[in-house]
Design a binder for this molecule. Structure first.
Ligand SMILES: [Zn+2]
Length: 196
């Protein structure tokens, strides 16, 4: 469907693993209009309701290259609000490694440590189509560096549990099964389950 006729949902609702939309590669945004900006505001409402620090459009079943962040909502580290919209984002010049225990609104009650780039330049467009760039450095205190990498993965159908080693995966296996069972009960479908 061409972007011009794309209809954002009237009321975006969070989807959970193993909904297949979470595995789709999302399409670039080409139209920066009021409908897009309204959708972004709704994403913030969903994220606040779910008490997240980031939310990607595929997590409300919209396969578009959009995510939002509010890294100052991190528990115990609250600061001045800094809500951000990231459209058609990419990472340049990744450098170093860092480890952080991540969670995901689409994987309730699952947490595990993931290895990420420590430092990189984020390049993206805001909700008006304006290009933005910022260097993010986790070791220098940018929690946002973790959030951006996690959310960017969502736009390529990649999920934080994909990074886990066998030991880590075994620790969350039971919880994944519970989510798979719940999805099957409500939809009658298996969804995109992880076989490992
Ligand atoms: Zn996530």
């Amino acid at each position: 469907m061409p972007d011009e006729t794309f209809i954002y949902p009237a009321e975006p609702v969070l989807v959970e693993y193993p909904h297949p939309v979470l595995r789709k590669k999302a399409a670039p945004v080409t139209v920066f209009d009021d409908a897009l900006r309204r959708f972004c505001r709704q994403l913030f409402a969903v994220m606040e309701l779910e008490k997240g620090v980031g939310l990607a459009a595929p997590q409300v079943a919209v396969s578009k290259r959009i995510f939002i962040t509010e890294h100052t909502r991190r528990k115990g580290h609250e600061g001045e609000p800094d809500p951000r919209v990231w459209i058609n984002p990419r990472i340049e010049d990744p450098d170093g490694e860092t480890v952080f225990e991540e969670g995901c609104l689409s994987f309730p009650a699952i947490y595990s440590k993931v290895i990420r780039h420590n430092r990189f330049t984020a390049v993206w467009q805001d909700e008006f189509g304006e290009e933005r760039r910022q260097v993010l450095d986790h070791a220098a205190g940018d929690f946002l560096a973790i959030v951006v990498q996690h959310e960017l993965d969502h736009l390529d159908g990649k999920l934080f549990v994909d990074y886990l080693n066998d030991l880590q995966f075994n620790q969350i296996r039971k919880r994944l099964r519970e989510l798979e069972d719940a999805y099957r009960k409500t939809t009658g479908r298996a969804g995109s389950v992880i076989r490992r």
